[in-house]
Design a protein around this ligand. Structure first.
Ligand code: SF4
Length: 325
């Protein structure tokens, strides 16, 4: 096995391992995404944005710097076809074409669901999907989608498009042809420091820095604030209540201290100072504000600061504007 073949096999393996090991995957159902084993809420959208930009620009940069090298070195589709062709060109199949067709169909019947699983795992919990597959749970829409996409891949791989895919259907293949020129392949790394290649090098460095910075600044938790009672007069006060939700995105139990600022001294409040959560779970606490009559028609801005055990802080601001009812 030569260097290129080993590299291609590793990329093919990585295609399946990346979502399984939570190196990168977006869970559309839970509105979370995973990166390098850590879980993030969609509210941390900056990290996801930088990651997607980094992936997109990496593909663009590879095409400009090295030409069509991605196809030859890294494309899982290409690697799969090379393996398939190697099996189907064995001498035994040249003598028995019917056997060749049967083996080809059996391989595709096995590979189509495996490829489908690999693709869906980037957008759905792979453990849950595997459980549906094992139990053949037709009541789950995910399993039905899995079956449909598997059939689609089977037909696609069985059709003439199997070998024409690169030329007629692959967006990246067409894109690469447009971006690479005669220098792209020949000059390799030199393209990184000249012309449009240099601009892409700078863009990549900026994106890597932003991505690293946002990942390191990540707090490991998410907060949201929901309104309950608003502007409800009770005796001499006006009542406002909220529900504070803290989501622990780490695999360890966590405690958070909560501080409040901007609350007028005349108000009476019932505000917890601490909240505890289990690993990968959420906890809710109620917040109660009894607003005095003197604050009517006054806008009060309140800041909530939630700090975890390692000193990382998230803040939320909200306004209370009581009116006479
Ligand atoms: S053209 Fe597309 S499908 Fe074909 S080898 Fe390149 S990246 Fe893969």
């Amino acid at each position: 096995m030569n260097k290129r073949s080993i590299f291609r096999s590793c990329i093919l393996l990585l295609f399946f391992l990346v979502p399984l090991l939570n190196i990168f995957r977006i869970d559309l159902l839970s509105n979370h995404f995973f990166m390098f084993g850590s879980e993030f809420a969609f509210s941390e959208g900056r990290i996801l944005l930088y990651a997607i930009l980094l992936i997109v620009y990496s593909f663009v940069a590879i095409a400009v710097w090295f030409g069509r090298q991605f196809c030859g070195w890294a494309c899982p589709h290409n690697k799969f076809l090379i393996h398939l062709n190697r099996i189907l060109s064995l001498p035994v199949f040249q003598k028995h074409p019917v056997l060749k067709t049967i083996v080809d169909t059996v391989i595709l019947l096995i590979c189509a669901p495996v490829i489908t699983f690999g693709v869906i795992a980037y957008f759905y919990d792979p453990a849950q999907l595997l459980s549906y597959i094992i139990h053949f749970d037709l009541s789950a829409w995910t399993f039905r989608a899995f079956l449909t996409i598997s059939v689609f891949f089977f037909i696609l791989l069985n059709s003439r498009l199997r070998y024409k895919f690169c030329r007629v259907s692959c967006p990246y293949g067409i894109f690469q042809m447009a971006l690479s020129d005669k220098h792209s392949r020949k000059d390799g790394c030199k393209n990184m420091v000249r012309g449009s290649g240099l601009i892409l090098t700078v863009v990549m460095l900026v994106l890597v820095s932003l991505f690293t910075w946002t990942i390191s600044a990540n707090t490991g938790f998410a907060i949201s604030l929901g309104k309950n009672l608003q502007n409800v007069p009770v005796q001499n006060y006006i009542i406002y209540t909220y529900n504070l939700n803290v989501e622990n995105l780490t695999g360890k139990p966590a405690s958070y201290s909560i501080s409040y600022s901007g609350i007028p001294t005349a108000w009476k409040t019932d505000l917890p100072k601490r909240i505890d959560t289990k690993p990968h779970s959420t906890a809710d606490i109620p917040l109660l504000f009894r607003v005095d009559q003197g604050s009517i028609d006054t806008n009060t801005k309140i800041t909530l600061s939630i700090k975890n055990d390692s000193g990382k802080v998230m803040e939320r601001q909200f306004c209370i504007f009581p009116v006479k009812s």
